[in-house]
Design a protein around this ligand. Structure first.
Ligand code: GLN
Length: 498
């Protein structure tokens, strides 16, 4: 019996590319329907800030004609790709969901996006996010909050809120986010999809708007690990336009049949950070399932976990304050200084009008934490703690091959629940920030659903590897996703969103 062809939006990116490549599905039709689905869903989800319909359609026609003319199709032939609004892409507004950059269009395209496009990906639009990637819920956007495709009352996570929601709602099979302290892994976990933070420096940051440069990574989101692997292998590799990019060839996927003999370190402090209740039970069951599949579970301790949030928020804020000083009203975007009598007044009026509350808070914190007199106590101390965190991870990897734990301490929070308490929002990053401070590769994979107050919400499992062991993280995640979540999680269609 021949199977009926499945709709393009039910396919993973690698499957869709194959169907396009063999002419079973039309790239032009896929892109048309993709744009239609996004337009129909966006009123409910608020996942996209801008679409580039004209260019996407033109590229679809060109790619299709090239294939017909016998050109070899790329690995992402005709795959619709969403990018985060902090990534430069010619033709789209790179506004970082901020009033400060409203209307700003980059005259160039980020290296990572260029490489995906060279393999046939088609950028359809830019996604909503927490302003300048600062936030964990997607609520700190000048364009309003993104909704979680599983429940309109819940946050999709952040800061890559729109990219995660777009993939979970099957509007695109592949999206880019950026992960500085968890902004791809945590929304992936909250939306029931997969997300990868590569080793810092693995993927060029050229074309990514800087937040905290020593932590920032461009990072993919997809519905399966295989697609993350495909995207990483295309995007990674040395780039003369980013001097901090690792001088390495792009990685190749690692074959791994199962978990037999693999030592998985279970971090006691991470497990304990997990809210008691159904999420904790599900996580325990998932660990048992990994053990039953042949992995050797080794108990490890990372005592610095409890200092990671404080350390991260100082390091990230200091770098943010420095990076964001370029938005002074004279070079990029907004200038709102009518009546200003001095340069200082002009800058401060522009910044007050352009930046939202969370961004202002980070700039104030970062400026103070590295000011003369306070730097030794705060920034330099945070740098020392960061070194300790990295050393502790290195020691843990002497006892195990990979670490496993929950991606976040809770499933998705209700929208608005943390509005008046920023430190409660920062707590969402307790289990992702340590990994970022150490620069390590980590994936979040879908690990089942939990029911909280009558709402079914996804839950994520994080796998963390030693520096540069991206391929091992991906290979093990590919096996683990089939064990902890054999059935693909499927968010409701956006029009049925509860
Ligand atoms: N939620 C964290 C923050 O607000 C992480 C952000 C990110 O990874 N971009 O800083």
């Amino acid at each position: 019996m021949s199977a009926l062809p499945r709709a393009w939006h039910e396919l993973d990116a690698h499957q869709l590319a194959l169907e396009h490549a063999r002419g079973a599905l039309s790239v032009v039709a896929t892109i048309d329907d993709c744009l239609r689905r996004i337009e129909a869903a966006n009123g409910r989800l608020n996942a996209f800030l801008a679409l580039d319909a004209k260019r996407a359609r033109a590229r679809a026609a060109t790619l299709e004609a090239a294939r017909r003319a016998g050109e070899r199709p790329g690995k992402l032939h005709g795959v619709p790709l969403a990018i985060k609004a902090n990534q430069a892409c010619r033709g789209l507004e790179t506004n970082c969901a901020s009033r400060m950059l409203a209307g700003w269009r980059a005259p160039y395209t980020a290296t990572a996006i260029e490489r995906l496009e060279a393999e046939g990906a088609i950028v359809v639009g830019a996604t909503n996010m927490d302003e300048y990637a600062m936030g964990s819920t997607g609520e700190h956007s000048a364009h309003g909050a993104t909704k979680n495709p599983w429940s309109a009352a819940h946050a999709p996570g952040g800061s890559s809120s729109g990219s995660a929601a777009a993939v979970a709602a099957r509007l695109v099979p592949l999206a880019l986010g950026s992960d500085t302290g968890g902004s791809v892994r945590q929304p992936a976990a909250w939306c029931g999809i997969a997300g990868l933070k590569p080793t810092w420096g693995r993927v060029s940051r050229h074309g990514l708007v800087a937040f905290a440069s020593s932590l920032d990574c461009i990072a993919p989101l997809a519905r399966c690990v295989e697609d993350l692997e495909l995207a990483l292998c295309i995007m990674a590799g040395a780039d003369p336009r980013d001097a901090s990019c690792l001088p390495k060839e792009a990685p190749v996927p690692l074959a791994l049949e199962g978990l037999a003999g693999m030592r998985l370190g279970v971090v006691a402090e991470w497990r304990e950070a997990l809210v008691p209740g159904p999420a904790r039970e599900l996580h325990a069951a998932n660990l048992r399932a990994l053990g039953a599949a042949g992995a050797e579970l080794v108990e490890v301790s990372l005592a610095t976990t409890r200092h990671a949030i404080a350390c991260y928020y100082i390091v990230a804020a200091v770098e943010a304050a420095s990076n964001l000083s370029r938005y002074d009203g004279s070079r990029y975007g907004l200038r709102a200084d009518e009546g200003a009598r001095s340069l200082a007044a002009s800058m401060s009026m522009t910044r007050r009008a352009g930046f939202g509350a969370e961004v202002q808070r980070r700039i104030v914190l970062g400026t103070w934490a590295h000011s003369a007199g306070w730097s030794a106590r705060w920034h330099q101390q945070a740098a020392r703690v960061r070194t300790k965190v990295a050393r502790e991870f290195a020691a843990a990897f002497e006892q195990c091959d990979l670490l496993v734990g929950p991606t976040a301490p809770t499933p998705a929070l209700r929208l608005g629940s943390h509005a008046s308490d920023p430190s409660a929002m920062y707590a969402c990053d307790a289990l992702t920030t340590p990994v970022s401070l150490a620069g390590l590769p980590a994936a979040s994979i879908p690990a089942g659903l939990v029911e909280i107050d009558g709402t079914r919400l996804p839950f994520g499992l994080q796998l963390v590897g030693p520096l540069e062991a991206d391929q091992l993280v991906l290979a093990a995640s590919r096996v683990a996703e089939r064990i902890v979540c054999p059935e693909r999680l499927r968010a409701p269609e956006p029009e049925d969103l509860p």
